[in-house]
Design a protein around this ligand. Structure first.
Ligand code: ZN
Ligand code: ZN
Length: 242
C-alpha cells in the first residue's frame, strides 16, 4: 500500500467489524492522523459511536458524502480534509431551542390574535359609525317629511259660534285646556282637534295623532322607509357605485 509521507486522514466504510479495530489498524499500522467513517447502508444516515475510549479523532459521514470522496480518490484526485470543532450538541442546547421555539410560537399567536382583535374593532366601529350616520339621516328625512305633512294639516282661527267653544267639546289633549275664540287650531285627518301651538311640536317629533296614534305621514301618502338596515344597504350600494 502506497502511503503519503505527510499527515493523512483515513476514509473507512463502516462494514461489519467493530469501529475501534478499524481505527486502530488505520492509525497504528498505516499511521493515519484521523479517521473518517461513512455508512454503507443508505437507510441509516448517521452513525453514532462512542469516542470516549479512543485517543484517535474519528468523524462520521453520510453514505452519499463518503462515496463522493471515495469516487474522487479513485479517480486520482487528492482530497484535502479539514476537521474543526463544531457546535457542541447538548441537551441544554436542545431545550433552549425548544423554549425559543415556544416563545416564538406564543409571540406569533399573540400578534395574530392582536391583529384579529384590531380588525374586529375597526369593523365594529365602522359599522357603528355607519349605523349612527344612517340613523341621523333617517331622523332628518323623517323631520322634513313631518314638516311637509304638518303644512298640509288644515288650520283655522276659532270664531264665536264654532262647535269648539261648546262646553261639551273635547279639550286640547296636549295642554288639557278648552278652546277660546281666536285660538289657532288644527284638525288632523282623524278629525281630532288640537291647538296649533300644542300639536305642531308633537307632530314634528312623533308624527302621529296624540289621541289615536294615526300616522300623519301615511295619512298624507308620504312613505319614508324607517328601516335602518335598508338605509345602510343603500349606503353600501352607493359606495360601490362610486
Ligand atoms: Zn293645547
Ligand atoms: Zn286622532
Amino acid at each position: 500500500m502506497d502511503l503519503p509521507s505527510e499527515r493523512w486522514i483515513a476514509l473507512i466504510e463502516r462494514g461489519k467489524c467493530p469501529f475501534q479495530d478499524k481505527i486502530k489498524r488505520a492509525t497504528e499500522k498505516y499511521n493515519a492522523t484521523a479517521v473518517v467513517i461513512y455508512n454503507e447502508n443508505k437507510t441509516e444516515d448517521t452513525i453514532f459511536m462512542s469516542q470516549e475510549d479512543s485517543e484517535v479523532l474519528s468523524v462520521n459521514l453520510k453514505k452519499v458524502d463518503g462515496e463522493h470522496i471515495k469516487r474522487l480518490l479513485a479517480s486520482g484526485i487528492s482530497v484535502k480534509m479539514t476537521i474543526s470543532i463544531g457546535k457542541k450538541y447538548t441537551k441544554e442546547a436542545t431545550q433552549s431551542n425548544i423554549s425559543k421555539t415556544s416563545v416564538l410560537f406564543v409571540s406569533i399567536s399573540f400578534i395574530v390574535l392582536m391583529i384579529i382583535s384590531l380588525a374586529w374593532l375597526v369593523f365594529y366601529y365602522i359599522q357603528r359609525f355607519r349605523y349612527a350616520h344612517a340613523k341621523e339621516r333617517l331622523a332628518r328625512r323623517l323631520a322634513s317629511a313631518a314638516k311637509k305633512a304638518i303644512a298640509k294639516i288644515p288650520q283655522r282661527n276659532v270664531k264665536s259660534g264654532d262647535k269648539e267653544l261648546d262646553s261639551d267639546f273635547d279639550q286640547c289633549a296636549v295642554c288639557i285646556e278648552g278652546y277660546k275664540a281666536h285660538d289657532v287650531i288644527r284638525t288632523l285627518p282623524c278629525k281630532h282637534v288640537f291647538h296649533k301651538s300644542c300639536v305642531d311640536p308633537w307632530l314634528l317629533e312623533q308624527r302621529s295623532c296624540p289621541m289615536c296614534k294615526l300616522d300623519i305621514l301615511r295619512a298624507y301618502g308620504m312613505q319614508v322607509s324607517t328601516s335602518l338596515l335598508f338605509d345602510v344597504c343603500i349606503e353600501v350600494y352607493l359606495m360601490k357605485e362610486n
